[in-house]
Design a binder for this molecule. Structure first.
Ligand code: DD3
Length: 330
């Protein structure tokens, strides 16, 4: 089996991470009761009051919940994780099995797995702003056509007035958070970056590998800001990022989808590395731009992303969509 080696590689990583022991306590202002990774850490969710379900997917086994956590607005994301091959022996031997139905050669059961093999990946955003709540609400979306002029007169003013916080990005770059999760770092201020697992990846299996490279340069908002002057940075991220992923996860470049989002969900340049075959959210053609293509486009035209019309989807309740409508661009 081709993936077995890679799976073991990820398991090796997990062991390596857990052996590093408890995560260093982050000393940033924004750590809301930074939890310990051990089992005795208390359950901050026991007082969570659900207001409404923002969205859910039976197929993806995920639910986004809006509610209150100690008087503060919160978004909680619960997700069942894939069943790992290396847990099967223990799953079969260590579970209780309750017969539900038997018919001829067919039978169905409810298998009650040992608690440590039955965990639910949980993400908490608290205090959550209106934007966080909207972001996870199921919404119809619309494709927008953004010319060079539209970017200058509609999009740029909008993102400037919004002032989305990227404090969590600075916490990563300054090692105030997630320092023990860094897979690779090039500390160079011009071409350097930090490569680490995205929040969405629990790192339990490489099948859904998802890492992000965050640039040390802080003034590149998005694809639109890139010129040929950024080629050394982009080439460095592609090359060193792929090398680091080969080393750590035994996945060659030919198994990776390396891309930028436009529009990004946060305006600090970052590159997504996901495993080919894993349909990561946002990897569709309407939002993803392969880094290798971005590099080539900038090589043939230094102003490519400043001048081209770009297309991207916006959700019905996105403030930027209203701006495009007001400008008669939709
Ligand atoms: C975010 C986009 C942002 C809700 C959610 C995610 N990777 C992150 C904080 C730390 C991170 C990420 C915003 C926020 Cl679920 C609102 O993503 C993050 N750390 N994508 C990592 N490693």
């Amino acid at each position: 089996m081709a993936d077995a080696g890679a799976k073991r590689a990820a398991d090796g990583v997990e062991t390596e991470l857990s052996q590093k022991g408890k995560r260093a306590k982050a000393d940033n202002d924004h750590d809301q009761g930074e939890e310990r990774k051990d089992s005795e850490s208390e359950n901050i969710l026991c007082g969570f009051k659900t207001s409404n379900v923002l969205s859910d997917s039976a197929r993806e086994k995920i639910i986004f919940i809006h509610g209150k956590l100690a008087d503060q607005e919160a978004v909680v994301i619960l997700e069942k994780t894939p069943i790992r091959e290396d847990t099967l022996t223990e799953l079969f031997s260590g579970s209780r099995l309750k017969l539900e139905m038997k018919n001829d050669i067919y039978s169905t059961y409810r298998l009650q797995a040992p608690p440590h093999l039955n965990e639910i990946k949980t993400t908490v955003v608290c205090p959550a702003t209106e934007k966080h709540v909207k972001r996870h609400q199921r919404q119809e979306s619309f494709l927008v056509e953004e010319t060079e002029g539209d970017y200058r007169s509609i999009t740029l003013p909008y993102i400037q007035e919004q002032s989305f916080s990227v404090q969590w990005v600075y916490n990563i770059l300054e090692k105030k958070a997630e320092a023990d999760r860094i897979v690779y770092e090039d500390p160079d201020p011009e071409v350097g970056f930090v490569l680490l697992p995205d929040l969405k990846w629990d790192q339990k299996q490489v099948d859904d590998l998802y890492l992000i490279a965050i640039t040390h340069q802080r003034d590149i908002r998005s694809l639109r800001d890139l010129t040929s002057g950024h080629l050394p940075l982009l080439q460095n991220i592609l090359q060193k990022g792929e090398e680091a992923i080969l080393q750590r996860y035994k996945l060659p470049a030919s198994k990776l989808r390396v891309y930028l989002h436009y529009q990004p969900s946060y305006f600090h340049l970052h590159v997504h590395f996901t495993k080919l075959g894993y349909e990561a959210p946002g990897c569709g053609v309407e939002r993803a731009h392969l880094l290798a293509d971005v590099i080539q486009n900038l090589q043939s035209d230094p102003q490519y992303y400043k001048t081209r019309t770009l297309y991207f989807p916006l959700r019905a309740d996105d403030g930027l969509l209203s701006k495009f409508k007001e400008a008669g661009r939709l």
